[in-house]
Design a protein. Structure first.
Length: 229
């Protein structure tokens, strides 16, 4: 089996989470006794290969300094940007690709990702020497339209893209820099790699790796955490 190198981890957390309609960004909402961000880091820190964490935060974030995480020497704070891709790139330029040849990017608002899924992603990518993402096949009937259905979309070959996403550090940095410089819309790290013509593995994970977006997602995440999923 291929040896697993040290992996740097980037967590973009500069967003304000407008859809939650809460009094603070969703990464700082309470979840089973701590914040969503703290729950997410608890999961990530269980993965031995993940060595150094880069947390991209709004420069005027008033919440992070109040958390115990603020004194964690394994977490380096970097300034977030106007969009997710800018935040990730700001972190990537701080990472020495010789020390950390691979980087894992994970949403701050996915606190119930399974440790086994993260390890599967890392093993699969390192073994194949290709970047990849956690994903699940689409199960439901898919429709295209706005207020009315235009047509049904064939779901064969369609996947829900999740995080974490893992890529060679230098390749991801270069792909993001070039895509942003050309005004390309980048929705996740994989889209930058796809635009650059680089391969992206699909590694099947579990559908309970939910992203907290709406208020009801907090209750579902709490259920998963309380049942040790």
């Amino acid at each position: 089996m291929t040896a697993i190198p040290a992996v740097a981890t980037v967590i973009p957390a500069a967003g304000v989470g407008k859809r939650m309609k809460a009094d603070k960004p969703k990464q700082y909402l309470p979840l089973c006794g701590v914040t969503v961000l703290e729950q997410t880091l608890r999961r990530l820190k269980q993965v031995t290969a993940l060595q150094q964490f880069y947390l991209a935060l709004s420069p005027d974030d008033p919440y992070f300094p109040t958390l115990p995480l603020a004194t964690d020497s394994g977490i380096q704070r970097v300034d977030g940007g106007p969009e997710r891709a800018n935040s990730v790139l700001n972190a990537l330029v701080q990472i020495d690709a010789k020390v950390y040849p691979w980087v894992l990017v994970h949403d701050a608002a996915r606190p119930v990702v399974r440790v086994s899924d993260i390890e599967l992603l890392i093993d699969s990518c390192i073994e194949s020497n290709q970047g990849g993402i956690l994903a699940t096949p689409v199960r439901d009937t898919m429709k295209r339209g706005s207020d009315r259905v235009e047509h049904t979309v064939d779901r064969a070959g369609l996947w829900h893209a999740y995080t974490p996403q893992l890529f060679p550090t230098a390749l991801l940095r270069d792909a993001l820099q070039q895509a942003l410089a050309q005004g390309v819309a980048i929705t996740d790290e994989a889209s930058a790699m796809e635009w650059a013509g680089l391969p992206v593995l699909l590694v099947q994970g579990h559908a309970d790796n939910i992203k907290i977006t709406q208020a009801e997602d907090l209750a579902l995440a709490a259920f998963y955490l309380e049942h040790s999923i």
